[in-house]
Design a protein around this ligand. Structure first.
Ligand code: NCD
Length: 363
């Protein structure tokens, strides 16, 4: 059996040593009592913490249906302040976090462009965020820099004023809170069909640079017998590390480019946009039309299957599909707000208060 190292010791390792740790050790260092303190990568969640978070999100959305319920939620973190540091384009993730903070009474402030902060004067991103940590109690950040959220979480953990960091998308690597909302959506959609266990999930589009795919694929390993399909042009196929993770978890998967052939076989289709902002000059564009969901595909999609997309969408899903009850992307976006309220509540240890309120007033 593997022995785990002391999380306090791990946290204090210098960055050059911390960086080389196994992700399981890093997860320990960033968690507190089984729940994320910093939320940086999907490996910090196990099945129990995922299920608890989904239950909490559902309690919150029900509590928020009434004015006394909203007032209760609003008081929970009214003594805290959050900084939304988004130096990469975002509207839905930004706004859903903003709204999530507001639900808990947490006052949000924002920086949306590094050019408006002292980074323009040559300050390092690390120094900028350390300065912000003096004024706020939580930093929610999106950055084009791979691993930057992890770096900042490590830096703050070993500072005199540690405050939690939530990774709202880092480079091409991870987007853990999108994966949480995707899990919540899958769980709600398959509630009466034995949950997520045993389902077949197909990923389509830019599987190489799409961080949502990597994070969700990883979270799905917490469920039993979930089979994963990676279906796209070979040039956009998922990175080997993501498949090694599945190999280690003993997950069955398929990698190929036969989009139409697989539609009738799966329970969930996760469409994604081509992330061409990462293209290099001279790259030949991929013919995305071959990997787009068209209205005629609704005929071969299973009656109980669902169609997902992290948004923003381009032509990957025809708008004519939006009204089909299996189109889940708008509901996904709303689920995102609730799961983020649940995550922030968990980060600040007010989840039990919410469960108690729910039991006493709504159960
Ligand atoms: C995704 C992202 O930023 O990674 N969007 C999101 O957060 N909902 C997907 C994308 O940009 O294509």
């Amino acid at each position: 059996m593997q022995t785990r190292r002391d999380p306090d010791q791990l946290k204090r390792l210098p960055w050059d040593q911390f960086e080389k740790l196994d992700v399981a050790d890093k997860a320990q260092a960033f968690n507190r009592a089984g729940n994320p303190y910093h939320t940086i990568f999907p490996q910090q969640f196990d099945r129990d913490s995922l299920e608890r978070l989904c239950r909490l999100a559902t309690c919150i959305r029900r509590i928020a249906k009434s004015r006394p319920g909203v007032d209760f939620l609003n008081r929970l973190l009214s003594h805290k302040r959050a900084m939304l540091y988004f130096t990469q384009p975002s509207s839905r993730t930004f706004l859903s976090f903003y709204a999530a903070c507001q639900y808990l009474g947490l006052q949000p402030a924002e920086v949306r462009d590094a050019a408006t902060s002292s980074e323009l004067k040559g300050e390092s991103g690390e120094d900028t965020l350390r300065t912000f940590s003096s004024y706020f109690d939580l930093i929610i950040m999106r950055s084009p820099r791979q691993g930057f959220a992890e770096r900042v979480a490590h830096l703050l953990s070993s500072s005199e004023r540690p405050i939690p960091i939530i990774n709202a998308g880092s480079g091409k690597d991870q987007h853990p809170t999108q994966a949480l909302l995707d899990i919540y959506t899958l769980q709600r959609s398959f509630e009466r069909l034995d949950g997520i266990d045993g389902k077949r999930v197909m990923f389509v589009g830019d599987l190489l640079r799409g961080r949502t795919v990597r994070s969700l694929s990883c979270l799905l390993t917490n469920y039993r017998n979930v089979e994963q399909f990676f279906i796209t042009d070979p040039r956009l196929q998922v990175a080997p590390e993501a498949l090694h993770l599945l190999d280690r978890a003993g997950v069955k998967y398929t990698v190929d480019d036969d989009f139409e052939g697989h539609i009738p076989k799966v329970d969930a289709i996760y469409m994604t946009r081509i992330q061409d902002e990462w293209d290099q000059a001279g790259d030949t564009p991929v013919d995305i039309a071959r990997y787009s969901f068209r209205p005629e595909h609704l005929q071969i999609l299973r009656p109980q299957a669902i169609l997902m997309h992290p948004l923003p969408r381009r032509q990957e899903i025809a708008v004519e599909c939006d009204r089909d009850p299996r189109a889940m992307y708008w509901r996904q976006a709303r689920n995102g707000m609730w799961i983020r309220v649940a995550l922030i509540a968990t980060t600040f240890s007010v989840a039990d208060e919410i469960f108690d309120y729910y039991r006493m007033n709504l159960a």
